[in-house]
Design a protein around this ligand. Sequence first.
Ligand code: A3P
Length: 287
Amino acid sequence: MSEAQLNIVFEGLLWPSHVHSEESLRYAREEFQVRDDDVFIVTYPKSGTTWLQEILPLVYSNGDLTPVHTVPNWQRVPWLEQKTGKSLLENRPSPRLITTHLTYHMMPKSFYTSKAKVVYVSRNPKDALVSSFHYHGMASFLENPGTFEEFIDKFLEGKVMFGSWFDHIKSWWPRKDQDNILFLTYEELLQDMRSALLKLKEFLGKPLSDDAIERIVTQTKFNNMKQNKMSNYSFVPEELMDQKKSNFLRKGIAGDWKTHFTTAQTEHFNSVYTQEMKGINFPFYKD
Ligand code: A3P
């Protein structure tokens, strides 16, 4: 496939054509029937999506590891907007766990009048950028990232898959106090998974025993997920994801951007960040 064919453009944004089509995106927006007991994981790419695809099924199984040891993450918590979304989700029994990278404004029409819940996970955009840069370097169905400098420019201009980080966060953040939305950060999951699980327990109204919490804390540690074939994308052929170049579960840390950005790049990023986030009462990622 040529570089030009790697993305489709829908509503002015780029979507990897390997897994998205105009039809799948239209279905997600216009036809998908959201149920009140649906739970969505919403993320900007490379912000902890796969992590939540491990955590949520474990919350729903009360820490029983069977689902995460037997079902691949993309079937466990399917992506709404991907080509497989309709077949994997339409007739799935409730409660459905659903993944999406959609902005608030692009959610299915039936979402806005539903009681469906959203767990939104944000990550320091510089770390999401670094993670995305390496992902583009290992996945043949994504555009060549170019140099790191070039990739920073594309990221800041929103000329990357799923559009601008700023537009994504600015679409969801104002809704953070709604009863049906829980806002978490990648960094808090890293720092204190137990507290995050208690928040999820309350938000989702799921009973979770102390034993279950311990099992989930252990199973969702980076090194354990990295070993889990159902979550580490090792089933994907090397022609599509070359994990010799970079693992999908790559480093799993906060602040890796510091080993990638020069001082000038940091200053440039921060000035665009300050401009973009002006007037938005968003307390994270000031440095
Ligand atoms: P890095 O490339 O920085 O390591 P997504 O699932 O949204 O594509 O995000 C992928 C990023 O989340 C990768 O970041 C991956 O390593 C990280 N990640 C996934 N599971 C994790 C875990 N259990 N602990 C920490 N980071 C995790």
